[in-house]
Design a protein around this ligand. Structure first.
Ligand SMILES: [Zn+2]
Length: 91
């Protein structure tokens, strides 16, 4: 498998439903983008995330209504600090 770098960072729709699925490389780039756009702060508690490794990209809309795939579009992602992200998924 070769790595396609055309359109790097621009998620392309890969599902009829308009869902976007990013490759691992694209996902990393998206993580950095969301982190920067949020000014390095957690979207939930507002705490400063000092390193990217202290935060997690969170999918706002979960798979539902029979959707088989996660949606990696920018609108569906936010950066949370590790503790908020853990809390989100422990409910
Ligand atoms: Zn937080």
């Amino acid at each position: 498998m070769s790595i396609d770098t055309t359109g790097f960072g621009l998620p392309k729709p890969s599902h009829a439903a308009g869902f976007v699925t990013l490759s691992a490389v694209e996902y990393k780039a998206m993580r950095l983008r969301v982190y920067r756009e949020q000014g390095g702060h957690c979207a939930f508690c507002g705490r400063k995330i000092y390193r990217l490794s202290d935060g997690e990209l969170h999918h706002i809309r979960k798979r539902k209504m029979g959707g088989g795939s996660r949606d990696d579009s920018r609108a569906n992602l936010e950066m949370l600090c590790n503790s908020c992200h853990r809390r989100e998924h422990n409910q």
